[in-house]
Each structure stands twice: as C-alpha cells, then as structure tokens.
Design a protein around this ligand. Structure first.
Ligand SMILES: Cc1cc2nc3c(=O)[nH]c(=O)nc-3n(C[C@H](O)[C@H](O)[C@H](O)COP(=O)(O)OP(=O)(O)OC[C@H]3O[C@@H](n4cnc5c(N)ncnc54)[C@H](O)[C@@H]3O)c2cc1C
Length: 384
C-alpha cells in the first residue's frame, strides 16, 4: 500500500513543475516542502528563462502572468575594453529568445495552480530521510509511502545522500554580490561586462526594477558593501570609454552574496529515487542555467513516469539519468566557459590576454557568436 504514486521532496521550480506535469498526465503526487509558502514565494534567485522553459510553462497553462509581465529579449551585450558588442541571440539561434521573469514569480504561479486544483502541497514538512529502496519519505509530520520519489530538494536537501553517487565539483575563487534596486533598467538587454577589476552584470526584473551583480572575493562580507560602494563599483566596471553610459541608481531593497560552484552527482537515480534540479547539480550563474536545467530534468522525468504509470514501460525511467546528464554536462561546459571568459581569474596577465582574445573572437566571428547564442537561449530538449 502506498500513499501516493510520486512523493516529491521540495517545492522549488523542479518539484512544483514536476507535480504540475504529472497532474496533467493523471498521475497523483504529494509535494513536501521544508519552508513556509511565504518564504519560498519571496526567495530571490534566477530570472532568465530559456525558450524551452517558457514553452513548457505556456503549453501547460501556467504562463498567463509570464506572458503579460515577462520581458522577451532577443540579444545580450558583451562589454569589454570600454566598448559594447551586441550578440543577436535570436538571429543566430533560429528565432529563439530568452524571457526575463523572476524565479519566485514562476514559483508563485505554480503554487497557485496546484492549490487551485486542490492538489496536495504541504509546507513546513521537511523531509528528514529518504529510503530509495522501499520508497518512503520520512518527514517532520510522519512518513509518506510512494511508488517513486522525486528528490527536488535543492543543493542542501536530504535526497542526494540516498544515492551512492560520484561527485564532480569545482568551487570558483570568487562569488557574486547581487542586488535588486528600484531603478529603471539602463539598457533594454542584459550587459555582461569583463573588466580588470572584475565581472559585472546588468540585468532587470521589470520596467522599474534593476538586478545587478558584481564579482567579489568568495569570503566577502556583505556588511563591507554599503550601497554607495556597490553603485560606485558598478559604474566603474560598466563605464564606456566614450562616457556615454551611466547606470540608473535607486533604492537597493535586496542584496546578498552567492558562491560560484560547479557540481554534478552521477547517477541521478537510485532504486525508486530520482534526483532533479539543484539536488543533483549546480552551475555557476554566469550562464543563467540553474533554473532551466531543473526544468529540463523534470520534463524528462515526467515523460518517463507517464510511460511507466500508463503502460508499465520503464525505458524512460531507466534512461533518465543518462539522458539528463548529457544536457547537464553541456550546460556545465557552457557555464564554465562563460565564467572563465568573463571574470577576473588569477590576475595573471597571460590569462587576461587569452580572455580578451576569446571575447574579441566571440563578437567578430559569427560561428563563435552562434555557439554562445544557441547555448544561451537553450538547446532543444532533444538536442542536448
Ligand atoms: C542565492 C542563489 C542565487 C541564484 N541566482 C541564480 C541566477 O541569478 N541565475 C540562475 O540561473 N540561477 C540562479 N540560481 C540557481 C537557481 O535558482 C536554481 O538552480 C534553482 O532554484 C533550482 O531549482 P530546484 O527546484 O532544483 O531547487 P530549489 O529552488 O533550491 O528548490 C528546492 C526546494 O526544496 C526545499 N527543501 C530543501 N530541503 C528540503 C527537505 N529536507 N525537505 C523538503 N523540502 C526541502 C527548499 O526549501 C526549496 O524550496 C541561484 C541559486 C541561489 C541559491
């Protein structure tokens, strides 16, 4: 006897979207989340959605607000040596685009859809242990017996410990200081800046909210960064040589420092347990891929579970880990490549010359720019 077909641990983008896709296939699930609804809805993280992520949310009916409020971008700017260079993503990647829409907005939309449909989603019910052989999730309120468990509990969750996995990891010698500010975006598109003082990124969340990032040392204390220092450093790194650019400033209402890490646990399955999203892998944020990779995992998992529960076909589930890891490693490479091209690394002048050469090649060669574009907008699920 089981309580549900699929027990989903974690109500981040991976767990919530999986629950949504399964409901559409007539598969029942229970989502257990450690935190409160308010907490997960307010947690500020990613904001760049790949074309494939937007498509799946749209096709499955949870994108009304995304379609109204999301900001579609057809290019990005690479800025270095005091000059800006536009990479026309959509021209280079068969018309595909990215959409700027906060991760917490995706989470809000998926929670609302699940609760409106009367489907089980328990907050403040953190899992304490997952039994991958028997299919039991022990949690703060008791235990849940499941045919299949989806470990969608992020990097610090408990699910990964139940998979005897090999870990591949790289920790970068820098972090990102990120801010949200009440200021109109200073550019229509994202600006990725390579500067001798370090990387900077200008992004946005809405026509009146700016999201900016600065490369900082990994052990930096946020208390050492009063607002004036943040704005001054952003202005310095993002300045154009002809003086024609000035970043709009405004009240900073959110700031934090996030480490930069690459991490993969292989395989992503053990027994009845399937890991998805950050529970299995982390990418440095330079490629804007973490959320999108989580979405890609659960699309593959939902398909496999659909065939399994419909007619007992286990091939999709058996191939899940290998299928996902192919994309994970493509995305790991892209995120690493963007990271090492754009950040100040060790300060070695030879390294800096190589970076500059790489950047110039990307903006001069259509082939190189296309490589960036098709990875940035996201490869089709079938292609990666
Ligand atoms: C500070 C920060 C900033 C980021 N910024 C960016 C960015 O700018 N761009 C980008 O592309 N990506 C960014 N990312 C990465 C991106 O947000 C993640 O890749 C994405 O959230 C992955 O979704 P997920 O559902 O797999 O995991 P998560 O979003 O981490 O969701 C996991 C959920 O599981 C819950 N949980 C944890 N433990 C348990 C438990 N024991 N029982 C039950 N529930 C549990 C958590 O509370 C959480 O709700 C950032 C990540 C962090 C941490």
């Amino acid at each position: 006897m089981t309580d549900t077909q699929v027990g989903i641990v974690g109500a981040g983008p991976a767990g919530l979207l999986l629950g949504h896709l399964l409901a559409r296939l007539g598969i029942d699930s229970v989502v257990l989340e450690a935190r409160s609804r308010e907490y997960v809805e307010q947690r500020v993280r990613a904001g760049v959605l790949e074309q494939g992520t937007v498509d799946v949310l749209t096709e499955t009916g949870v994108a009304d607000r995304l379609q109204r409020e999301g900001m579609v971008h057809h290019g990005i700017e690479l800025r270095f040596g005091g000059a800006g260079h536009r990479v026309p993503l959509s021209d280079l990647a068969a018309g595909r685009a990215i959409t700027v829409y906060g991760q917490q907005e995706v989470v809000k939309d998926l929670i609302a859809a699940r609760l409106d449909a009367g489907l089980p989603l328990e907050f403040e019910a953190g899992a304490t242990e997952v039994d991958a052989e028997v299919g039991i999730v022990r949690h703060e309120g008791g235990e849940l017996r499941c045919e299949v468990i989806a470990g969608c509990d992020g990097f610090h969750g408990v699910s990964r410990a139940a998979v005897p996995a090999q870990v591949f990891e790289r920790v970068y010698p820098f972090a990102w200081l990120g801010i949200l500010a009440h200021a109109a975006p200073s550019s229509e598109e994202l600006i990725y800046t390579h500067h001798e003082r370090g990387f900077a990124l200008h992004s946005m969340r809405s026509p009146s909210v700016t999201r900016n990032y600065l490369q900082v040392p990994p052990d930096e204390d946020i208390e050492d960064w009063p607002d004036e220092r943040i704005w001054a450093e952003l202005q310095t790194r993002m300045a154009l040589a002809d003086g024609s650019f000035s970043l709009n400033e405004g009240e900073i209402f959110e700031k934090g420092i996030a480490p930069m890490r690459s991490f993969v646990a292989e395989p992503m399955r053990h027994g009845r347990l399937f890991l998805a999203g950050d529970a299995a892998h982390i990418v440095p944020a330079t490629g804007a891929k973490g959320l999108n990779l989580a979405v890609a995992d659960v699309r593959v998992l939902a398909r496999g579970l659909g065939a399994y529960f419909d007619h007992g076909d286990e091939r999709g589930l058996d191939g899940y880990s290998e299928r996902c890891l192919r994309r994970v490693w493509r995305v790991q490479h892209f995120s690493w490549w963007m990271t090492q091209m754009l950040h100040r690394l060790t300060g070695d002048p030879f390294e800096a010359k190589l970076q500059r050469s790489q950047l110039e090649y990307v903006v001069r060669s259509e082939a190189a720019a296309r490589t960036l574009a098709e990875n940035y907008v996201g490869l089709e699920l079938e292609d990666a």
